[in-house]
Design a protein around this ligand. Structure first.
Ligand SMILES: Cc1cc2nc3c(=O)[nH]c(=O)nc-3n(C[C@H](O)[C@H](O)[C@H](O)COP(=O)(O)OP(=O)(O)OC[C@H]3O[C@@H](n4cnc5c(N)ncnc54)[C@H](O)[C@@H]3O)c2cc1C
Length: 390
């Protein structure tokens, strides 16, 4: 088989790129290791920046998102028994975020790829990029006993943190800059009315907590747990007891608890790969960078990679202009690092760090005090949360 752009990974990054390129007449094939059901079973991001929503609309997949997504004009930070509001709209001159689950967004992208006749191959095993440092790269993959080959002009690695793309680049050609946190987020999804129509991020001496939501009848709650814990260590009852302890009384008493319909632990990690290109292989999304979910940057930063790469590929095919491809890594990384900085800052602000000294704990409290005593500090938080321009 031959295509113009071979995409590894059928998560949001790979599907969005494929859909955008298709609309500009550029052929793609997406190779996804897992089944569609598996990909759609992963409960992850929920907060979308304004620019991401615009890109979804440009890809002609924004209809349900606009109908069912909830516009959030602010969120709360709870600390010391109170909750204080960050008014995103007022602090950013009218910008907001959209709460729409990654699962729904991925479903919309799959539906669009079906509708437009896109080629997405599921159950592709042993996907391997070859000859990526030449002008004739190709991909191989296995379905059962058969090995297939796809020749392409470019390979895009959208295969997430554990994917094969990054690993195909020789070690001496990339740099991994990484920070691993000693804790993770234990998340519970429950079919209950969310305790608050806006997200509540809570800093507490027992650890961080987050009250989030996916819809008016679907709650997503998280608590910080040691990275060594497993899901089996936490019954639903223990989870909600601990969540209640970390929230102001008015929130805890108002919360409706229910049986978990999904429960998982996400370890917290920051990682950036530099550069995001080797030869004719381009990395995008979680394949190139990971952030702790605290600032809701992961999927949103993936979207900016896709935006730059999409335009670069369109310029290449329509105008033979390669400046976008040449500068892709540099442009994408400039925004990636701002997302890294913000996620790191939010994580430091709100979590308990087991090795912190009393001095560092005091500084952390002072950071919160400062935030809510300075309009300028709050405006900086809000500007980053709604998303810096692409
Ligand atoms: C608990 C949690 C909460 C989060 N909350 C937010 C949030 O509110 N806002 C936000 O912006 N981000 C959030 N994120 C981050 C967000 O989910 C990711 O950044 C996003 O999934 C990245 O999309 P992607 O397509 O680049 O990678 P992925 O979603 O990881 O998709 C990669 C795809 O590649 C496939 N694949 C892997 N290896 C191979 C292979 N060898 N061959 C073929 N296919 C392969 C995988 O099966 C997968 O389908 C959160 C993450 C977590 C864990």
């Amino acid at each position: 088989m031959r295509t113009q752009v071979g995409i590894i990974g059928g998560g949001p990054s790979g599907l969005l790129l494929s859909q955008l390129l298709h609309l500009r007449g550029i052929e793609t094939v997406v190779l996804e290791k897992h089944s569609r059901e598996y990909v759609l079973g992963r409960i992850r991001a929920g907060v979308l920046e304004h620019s991401f929503a615009a890109l979804m609309r440009e890809a002609q997949v924004g209809e349900r998102m606009d109908r069912e997504g909830q516009i959030h004009e602010g969120f709360f930070i709870a600390h010391d028994g109170i909750k204080e509001r960050v008014d995103l709209r007022a602090l950013t001159g009218g910008k907001t975020v959209l709460v729409y689950g990654q699962t729904e967004l991925t479903r919309d992208l799959y539906d669009a790829r079906d509708r437009f006749g896109g080629v997405v191959i599921h159950g592709a095993e042993d996907v391997r990029p070859h000859a990526i440092d030449t002008s004739r790269p190709y991909l191989t993959y296995r379905v059962g006993a058969d090995v297939e080959r796809i020749d392409c002009d470019y390979v895009v690695g959208c295969d997430g943190f554990h994917g094969v793309s990054r690993q195909s680049i020789p070690n001496d050609k990339i740099r991994l800059l990484e920070r691993v946190y000693p804790f993770g987020w234990l998340g519970v999804l429950s079919r209950t009315k969310p305790v608050s129509p806006e997200l509540i991020y809570a800093a507490h001496e027992r650890g961080f907590a987050l009250c989030s939501l996916r819809s008016p009848s679907l709650s997503r709650y998280y608590i910080q747990v040691p990275v060594t814990d497993s899901v089996d260590d936490w019954s639903d009852e223990q989870f909600f007891d601990e969540l209640h302890r970390r929230l102001p009384d008015e929130v805890a008493t108002a919360m409706i608890t229910g049986t978990s319909i999904e429960k998982s632990i996400a370890p917290l990690r920051s990682l950036v790969v530099e550069p995001m290109r080797f030869g004719n292989l381009f990395l995008a999304g979680d394949a190139a960078h990971i952030v702790p979910p605290t600032g809701a940057r992961g999927l949103n930063t993936a979207a900016s990679d896709i935006y730059y790469l999409y335009h670069a590929l369109v310029d290449h095919y329509s105008k033979r202009d390669d400046r976008g491809l040449e500068s892709y890594s540099e442009r994408a990384l400039a925004r990636v690092w701002k997302g890294q900085r913000f996620s790191w800052w939010m994580t430091m602000l709100l979590h308990q760090f087991p090795d912190n000294s009393p001095y560092e704990n005091r500084l952390q409290k002072t950071e919160l005090d400062y935030l809510f005593s300075s309009e300028k500090a709050l405006a900086s938080l809000a500007e980053n949360y709604v998303g810096l321009p692409f």
